[in-house]
Write a protein that binds this ligand. Structure first.
Ligand SMILES: O=C(O)COP(=O)(O)O
Ligand SMILES: [Mg+2]
Length: 225
């Protein structure tokens, strides 16, 4: 259908397209154990996801006694390597994700990803889930340099450039996503089922959806509003 208002829809990864909380939490707790810290419950891990692996580890260490800057680089690598080897044990698309992606594809819309996760981890995860061939581009938090990660707009400008989008929208779950999209001048939809670092309706998105079934009608509505 050529009349869909957007030719590219970009997605955040963690807490938006994929529920990664269990596998990320498992990796964080592995790193905390190596540091002699207590583990933290999965429910508490969710609020630490969105700023990238380094931020999640810092948050976990803060909650369990504080950060020792000297041990941070080594622990980060331990976390990343454990996560890479256990990346898709319990990770899956959120409900309705498969249908929503097919519906966008059938309208000729390109699907892109801009995540603060390291690009190599994102690629590995999408490869394991068989989703990589469906993605026009994958931009990670380190792709342009960590200083240009969301909430800076750079990753979304790069997404538009790489996909040749004439009209793009973005979908995310945190202030990092909404901040980046707004700074890049893109309409943004927040998902209330993600890791949301603020109550979803306070994220400042142009619309909030509670299920992926709502995404296509919401984007159509946004384009005419
Ligand atoms: O790994 C993270 O903490 C963030 O990743 P996201 O940008 O896909 O939410
Ligand atoms: Mg996210």
């Amino acid at each position: 259908m050529a009349d869909f208002p957007f030719d590219v829809v970009g997605f955040d990864l963690d807490g938006t397209l994929l529920d990664t909380a269990y596998d990320l939490g498992h990796a964080l707790n592995h790193a905390l154990s190596l540091a002699g810290r207590p583990t933290i419950p999965l429910e508490d891990v969710r609020s630490l996801i969105g700023g990238g692996t380094g931020q999640m580890l810092r948050g976990g260490l803060m909650r369990t006694g504080g950060i020792d800057e000297a041990e941070l680089p080594g622990l980060t690598e331990e976390l990343v390597s454990f996560y890479a080897n256990n990346i898709a044990r319990h990770t899956a698309l959120y409900p309705g994700g498969e249908t929503m992606l097919s519906d966008l594809e059938s309208r000729g819309v390109k699907i892109a990803v801009a995540t603060n996760k390291r690009e190599a981890l994102a690629r590995r995860l999408f490869d394991e889930l068989g989703l990589t061939p469906r993605l026009a581009t994958i931009i990670g938090g380190d792709t342009l340099g960590l200083d240009r990660a969301k909430p800076k707009p750079d990753m979304l400008f790069e997404m538009v450039r790489r996909t040749g989008a004439s009209r793009a929208a973005f979908v995310g779950d945190t202030t990092y996503d909404v901040g980046a999209a707004k700074a890049a001048g893109l309409p943004v939809v927040a998902v209330s089922f993600g890791f949301c670092d603020l109550p979803p309706r306070e994220l400042g998105a142009d619309a909030v959806i509670d299920h992926f079934d709502e995404l296509i009608p919401t984007l159509e509505h946004l384009a005419t509003a």
